[in-house]
Design a protein around this ligand. Sequence first.
Ligand code: 3H9
Length: 683
Amino acid sequence: MSVITAERQDDVLVIISNNPPVNALGAAVRQGLKAEIEEALGDDAVKAVVIRCEGRTFFAGADITEFGKPPVEPGLGEVIDLIEASDKPVVAAIHGTALGGGCEVALGCHYRVAVPSAKIGLPEVKLGLIPGAAGTQRLPRLVGAEAALPMVVGGDPVPAKHAEAIGLVDKIVGEDSLAADAIAFAREQIGKPVPRSSEGTANEDGVKNPAIFDEFRAKNGRKLRGFEAPEAGIQAVKAAGEMSFADGVAKERELFMKLMTGTQSAAMRHYFFAERAANKIEGIDKDIPLIPINKVGVIGAGTMGGGISMNFLSAGIPVTILEMEQEALDRGTGTIRKNYERTAKRGRMTEDQVEAAMGLLTPTLDYADLADCDLVIEAVFENMDVKKQVFGKLDEVVKQGAILASNTSYLNVDEIAAATSRPEYVLGLHFFSPANIMKLLEVVRGEKTADDVLATAMALSKKIRKIAVVAGVCDGFIGNRMLSPRQQQANALIMEGAKYWEVDEVLLDFGFPMGPFQMSDLAGLDIGWHRDPSRVESIRDALCALDRRGQKTGAGFYDYDEARNRTPSDEVQTIISEFAEKQGVVQRDISREEIKERLLYPMVNEGALILEEGMAQRASDIDVVWINGYGWPVYTGGPMFWADTIGLKTIADGLEKHADRLGPDFPFSQLLKDKAEKGERFN
Ligand code: 3H9
């Protein structure tokens, strides 16, 4: 059956797209739309047109899988121009998400009606692009530059109600009567002159007050740092106020094509598909029956346990949280409430929602209360003996068929599972701190973890809005395992003479939000410190001995002022140099290039080892982990895609070049070597 069909409702032609799963505007859809619009224009009996979609959503955008391939006629811009040029009113009937090209189709229509649950947006910026079918020109003409800027540059869709308030939607219609309401609305417009967004004289705000563009840049500078597309988006919206529609469209096209052929968009499109691939488990039937999770237990009401609990409470799943002492339990539940109330104060939750979430929380000191949980997550002290004890106890009290999970970030999940009589029901759920905010979840598949247990965990992760990646049992799983060689090299580099702030700057310039020494200062240098100021065995010991224990003491590697602005410290640099001398390390000048190579190439190597050992299902999963858990800049696509971009030979040669510094025990990945030699990629 054709993806585009049309049916006549008296004098209204209803054009219907049915292109699952998201009605992407691929070639067949564009061709069908064009043909039906032409049909409508040529038929005198047709007085108005409605465009709507079957399935879960209005057009969710251009078909991203077509990007980078030779274009197929007609282009989306051409189809939209044809729609807009019609003298017969054309109405977009929107449900689900009208995104990107889908929003542009709606903008080309003369009217837009939407159901209350619909969302409309231009998310191209999240693919490293800007809208490319005149969205940057029609939207500001329709709603003004100020309302258009966050949509084009931020990329978040707006709910129907907001869209109506800014003039993007003409009418909100019944949730269950979109088709009929749209036809009735279209009929009301018959015979009236059609309004065209391209002819709008709006964007006046941007013309009258051109400062809004700089203000927008200043306000969002931090968030947009390093990204190319947002600046292009700002320029395109500005152009809408300065140029004719045709010239504005030409400007948009020029900016769009530059982005489309650049490395950032390729990386971000890779990430789009990587995130979706991550949830798929190799070798497990995607229709495997899942274990219903209606009640969750969390052991430990500390920072991690509390944060983990919030994920489930927010998703409407009851949580029983267990602690050893009443005081710790009260403190933990108090923190959860405080966090929710802070969210409410920021307007992102209502008071009723806070109470609803808290109403799902049952604090307890008694393991027996976990008996009927479908999933219990342990978030206690990171110590194997303690974990084994907890799992032994859980095995005794929790019903058969329930999943037992550990939030360990390093420990061997198989060993933990062996403390129970049901290792097939045990797996790792490694949340990242703060667990209620960080998107990443490493789902650690034990040797004996059953397929339905793993599949249930992956499905559940979506429900609690996490991005989950399957990892195998190895030290540090995917993320922390790759962090380790980077940290080793950072420490080695400052001993050899690199300035610690330069090491941080290299990573900041690369696009990380923070360098390793800033990170140490933030976490506190005294984590794991022996607390004996006379024992100085490392640079950290030396700093702690001087009470430079990180941001919390106003000094660590850096000096901090009241506003927590950091400045490099000469005192610390001297301590490092003296320490190096004592260790017999001769310091030298180290280039930023060497710093970058020695920090990042060993990470790629570790990623290759992870793949080689089967600890990650695919290279793109590693990218997903590092982008969501550790701030690797998404516009490089993650460590493995970045390595592909600069060439695996470059990485392998770089590792050879630095071999002396990396040491004789450096575990050079055979997979990396082989791929480099053959000119292959990871992704
Ligand atoms: C654009 O429009 C450029 C224009 O301005 C200019 C052109 C000239 N294309 O996310 P889900 C697939 S740029 C191809 O799991 P959900 C997706 O890969 C585009 N495929 O569902 C997945 O496949 P699989 C601007 C697409 O319900 C399946 O559909 N638009 C596209 O959680 C289900 O997706 C966007 O950036 C696509 N456009 O979320 C919107 N979209 O099953 C991108 C999805 O094989 N899409 N697929 O893994 C989304 O944000 C979400 O998919 C959406 C649904 C919110 C729609």
